[in-house]
Design a protein around this ligand. Sequence first.
Ligand code: SF4
Ligand code: SF4
Length: 300
Amino acid sequence: MPLTILYRGPLNSCNYGCEYCPFAKQSANVSQLAEDRVALERFTRWIAAQTNDKLAILFTPWGEALIYDWYQTALSQLSHLPNVKKVAIQTNLSADLDWVKGANPQTLAFWATFHPEWVSRPDFLRQCQILNDCQFKFSVGVVGFAKFKAEIAALRQELPPHIYLWINAVKRDLATLSLADRRFFEQIDPLYPLNTRDYPSLGKFCRAGSSVISVDGDGTMRRCHFIKEPIGNIYDRNFAEALCDRPCSNATCHCHIGYVHLDYLHLDRVFGDGILERIPQGQFSVFDSLIPFESSGRSK
Ligand code: SF4
Ligand code: SF4
């Protein structure tokens, strides 16, 4: 059974302090970290035991997880399992990366975000260079504040050309963003308009809940991070019975890690095997009719 899992353990802390983020400079105490480690190690053992399945896993922590060695160990172990076809993590890439040399570049990938206010561009690029030298797949992204434009332009120049650079739309600022700024972001990231919208999803078919689930530290399954109602627990023997097609119960879907699974958007055609680490496979033209630039969302 092919299954994609978005894992988010109890961790909710970060070593950076982005002013727009609820996890900014939140530190975890020893017992919270121990709880997170136990949960992750249990999850990793469970994945290893699902030998009949083909699994893809994206770690979507609340905060920064890769600075902790239990995430590094888990990612490295998972990357070598025959039943894991992809394991990826969202990260600010601030962690020491010596451990990646022991991981499998065929399966381990990274969704890396550059935060120009918390790390210098040369330091961030050095981390990217390590991933690139070891032949890991990774995307790089920046939050689309106009104040970051100079850093974004320089980053684009200095990253290897084959590395996809995405821009996350700041939806609350879209109404006041100048046309020149929007054009700039679209020139950097042709898929930027895609991220400026909230997609109607009520009653629509979405793979979340059938072939994609979110799982928290105690194993609770939800169809996605945005619908809180549990649908089961992966640590129950019959967990797979909960997987079935369901129409979405939310009015809209606003986040990349959710709407990429909305059937009618056909984003699987755009991202293909790179869907978890946010690397498009080249079919940008799928969106030409769907999201013309001028009508891109001013959703909030
Ligand atoms: S690096 Fe990410 S998790 Fe940490 S404060 Fe910034 S946005 Fe939040
Ligand atoms: S459309 Fe979004 S909110 Fe609805 S089920 Fe899919 S991922 Fe969840």
